[in-house]
Design a binder for this molecule. Structure first.
Ligand code: HSE
Length: 308
């Protein structure tokens, strides 16, 4: 076993339009990278070598720290770990920044302990990091970050995670407008009650999307990428949202919606060339709106977190 390993944990797209809190998938890039090693003494020590100076390094205030503490408590282990954050997805981006840190930490520590837990068994501990970051222990980012591909959270109590293989042609364009939107704040704007009429539309789309993924039916995937509950409220927090989405659809996207709690948008398509064209069209609109943005084009990451 090497003394120190490097771990890459991918960015993730949660919700995937209609599946608020119950569906997500992992991207090939970007992602978080950490170095992790065992310490001789118990305790968790964190170092930050990323571009984000504001990261708390007290383990109980850090998403990766609390996730690792929860895992060690479960194992009854007094093993100590030193983690250096080397590369970080921008916090507040909507592509699972806190999830990637938590996933990398628990996966790396589990690896160095000889893998007493499976990837799936690591999910509840990484969810503790989400609870710290957003106030809610949602699994739709951490589960795909750890397990790869698409993951459906069929139930939270008890936790029931269903992996869904990604159709091979599927590609994703991510546009990340450079504004910070905290998940906690983006959850506060949501209505606590929804109409039965909207619920019927929404669960039709969730079921259609799952069927489309399983049948590799790209047209059905596209028809199902609609969210009548969360997107209408949250899109108001993202400047130029409707125009950026229109550009994606006109450029040939199967569908486009908010990635996680935003401000990033994702669009799905069936080739890298299409994803690049869609990304360029979305960026053009961002520029026209005076909205500085970053973009990523990626296939679906079927592996999830990995040792480099
Ligand atoms: N399901 C969560 C939300 C994902 O939309 O608030 C946050 O990335």
């Amino acid at each position: 076993m090497p003394a120190e390993i490097r771990v890459f944990a991918p960015a993730t797209v949660a919700n995937v339009a209609a599946g608020f809190d119950i569906l997500g998938f992992a991207l090939g890039q970007p992602g978080d990278e950490i170095a992790i090693r065992r310490r001789k003494e118990p305790g968790i020590v964190l170092h930050n070598r990323t571009d984000f100076a504001a990261m708390p390094l007290e383990p109980s205030a850090n998403t990766a720290g609390v996730a690792l503490q929860a895992m060690l408590a479960h194992l009854g282990s007094d093993a100590g770990f030193e983690i250096t954050f080397l590369h970080k997805i921008k916090p507040g981006s909507g592509i699972g920044s806190s999830a990637a840190s938590s996933a990398a930490a628990v996966y790396g520590a589990n690896y160095l302990l000889g893998e007493p837990l499976t990837r799936q068994q690591l999910v509840p501990f990484a969810m503790e990091g989400e609870k710290l970051a957003s106030g809610t222990a949602h699994a739709d980012n951490v589960a795909p970050a750890l397990m790869g591909g698409f993951v459906l959270v069929r139930s939270y109590h008890p936790l029931d995670l269903i992996t869904i293989p990604a159709p091979p042609l599927l590609h994703c364009s991510i546009i990340h407008p450079q504004i910070e939107l905290k998940t906690e704040d983006a959850r506060k704007v949501l209505k606590k009650q929804i109409s039965l009429k909207d619920a019927v539309v929404q669960w039709g789309n969730v079921a259609g999307l799952i069927a489309g993924l399983l049948r590799e039916d790209y047209s059905l995937i596209g028809r199902s990428l609609h969210d009548v509950i969360v997107e209408p409220v949250r899109s108001l927090l993202i400047p130029g949202y409707d125009r950026i989405k229109d550009a994606a659809m006109q450029a040939g996207a199967l569908g486009c919606s908010i990635s996680g709690s935003g401000p990033s948008l994702f669009a799905l398509s069936t080739s890298e060339a299409d994803a690049q064209r869609i990304s360029a069209a979305m960026l053009d609109v961002c520029r026209a709106c005076g909205l500085q943005s970053e973009s990523y084009v990626s296939g679906i990451n079927s592996q999830g977190v990995r040792v480099l």
